[in-house]
Design a protein around this ligand. Structure first.
Ligand code: PHE
Length: 452
């Protein structure tokens, strides 16, 4: 797939499919397959699921549209977009929240992505055990404590660096086009396998049967954070990607397609994990280690389990790469376009910052495991701060800005591709951006700190 350059030297995705595949490539990653099941597990299953889906559709899609409008309309990174649209104000400072969030996320995300490499290679070389007596928590601890996660985190970040240094559209676009459909097929195959497990009914009930009494402030905040995290929202990532869209990309359609596919992958992951959890007598509340403890049980029941396991962790590793590449773009484009550094220097500096954060998080599973702040290790703290605070705050600012401070005509021009397509949802979109998204996010914050 070729990419084109426009006159101000910004690369443009060559096709609509390429743009969607890349956007979905950013959205689909560990957030769906690792984070969604563990968050759903600790927050009561169905109660979490219903809040998460409501937030994706009521808040996620409108905020995604607003990032698309700002990104493609200005062809800039998050700083430039705010500045071009309101040069006389300080809205662009929201960009710093985006940069902070992207660094925090890259730091803990690389650790988990490092586990995927470890699990992939261990399956390939026959070291991952698939017999019921030996697997589970013990095996996870064996593979991921001490200094080992540090090595895998560094290796993962090195892979991320080499992709980034190759430029935006080439590597990423090509990889996502092949990768995402393959991962999707594999998830469907594992999902079908779930039907055969004895705990299928119980697992599906846990995930889809909402017990409304379990909707607590922490469930609401967790589901909101998950919706933002999973859609790569609130930090300017989708804004930066939209700045590479061509002028004939129906933004509303791209936003809905991305949200639907992304939620579908999360739901598939839930259908794979929870029946296994109940079949093998495990606890859904294991936290961040859940998926890595449960998957070997699933593979142990499949003929050729090691092959499935290798393939699955390989694809998960690659899906993580398409996500980390997108979050790294935020600081890289900031340095390139705001500081006027070369792309090479920007990539090196961004990667070094990510490396420092990654090392701190990796050590949370070894020498720094006893060091906690507010009862959280660095790993959990970085996750909590970025997903539950920075992203929703960034999204709230973006939605207020698009709803109240951008000329309605500009919004219309973007959503209709300059009048080429009809977009009958303009009014509801603006209503959501003005009222629903900011109010909902604000109330969830107040609720989580106990004010309402
Ligand atoms: N959405 C990605 C995932 O689900 C994570 C991500 C968050 C990527 C923020 C970019 C920005 O894995």
């Amino acid at each position: 797939m070729k990419s084109t350059q426009n006159n101000n030297e910004r690369a443009i995705f060559a096709t609509k499919f390429g743009a969607i595949a890349t956007t979905v490539g950013s959205a689909v990653g560990l957030g769906n397959i690792w984070r969604f099941p563990y968050e759903a597990g600790i927050h009561g299953g169905g109660a979490f699921m219903i809040c998460y889906l409501a937030f994706v559709f009521l808040i996620g899609i409108p905020v995604l549209c607003s990032e698309f409008i700002m990104g493609r309309g200005t062809r800039s990174n998050i700083f430039g977009a705010y500045r071009k649209l309101r040069p006389d104000h300080n809205w662009h400072l929201a960009g710093y929240i985006g940069i902070l969030a992207s660094i925090l996320i890259l730091s803990f995300y690389s650790v988990v992505a490092g586990w995927t490499i470890e699990y992939c290679l261990s399956s390939l070389f026959g070291q991952l055990k698939f017999s019921n007596t030996e697997i589970g928590h013990g095996q996870f601890i064996e593979l991921t404590t001490g200094w080992r996660p540090v090595i895998w985190t560094v290796i993962f970040l090195a892979c991320n660096f080499f992709i980034l240094i190759g430029g935006v559209t080439k590597g990423i676009e090509r990889a996502s086009n092949i990768l995402m459909p393959l991962l999707f097929l594999l998830l469907i195959a594992f999902c079908i396998n779930s039907f055969t497990l004895p705990g299928f009914k119980e697992g599906v009930k846990f995930l889809f049967h909402p017990d409304f009494s379990k909707i607590t402030p922490s469930v609401l905040l967790g589901a909101l954070g998950q919706a933002f995290f999973s859609l790569s929202l609130g930090l300017g990532c989708m804004m930066t990607y939209a700045s590479y869209f061509n002028n004939d990309n129906r933004l509303g359609k791209t936003a809905v397609t991305t949200a639907v596919l992304d939620s579908l992958v999360a739901i598939l992951a839930g259908i794979i994990i929870f029946p296994a959890v109940f079949s093998f007598g495990l606890s859904p509340e294991a936290g961040p280690t859940l998926v890595f403890e449960v998957l070997p049980y699933i593979f142990s029941k499949l003929p050729g389990g090691a092959i499935w396991s290798t393939l699955f962790f390989l694809l998960l590793f690659l899906a993580s790469l398409t996500s980390t590449v997108s979050m790294s773009e935020i600081s890289i484009t900031y340095f390139c376009e705001e500081k006027r550094w070369s792309r090479k220097k920007s990539t090196v500096v961004s990667s070094l910052i990510g490396l420092a954060g990654g090392l701190i998080c990796a050590l949370s599973f070894g020498p720094l495991s006893d060091f906690t702040i507010f009862g959280m290790t660095f790993f959990s703290l970085f996750d909590y701060l970025s997903s539950n605070i920075c992203l929703p705050v960034g999204g709230m600012i973006c939605s207020i800005f698009t709803g109240w401070f951008i000329d309605r005509k500009f919004v219309k021009t973007q959503m209709t591709d300059n009048g080429k397509y009809r977009f009958p949802m303009l009014r509801p979109l603006v209503f959501c951006l003005r009222w629903v998204c900011p109010t909902a996010i604000f109330l969830i914050f107040l609720n989580s700190i106990g004010i309402i």
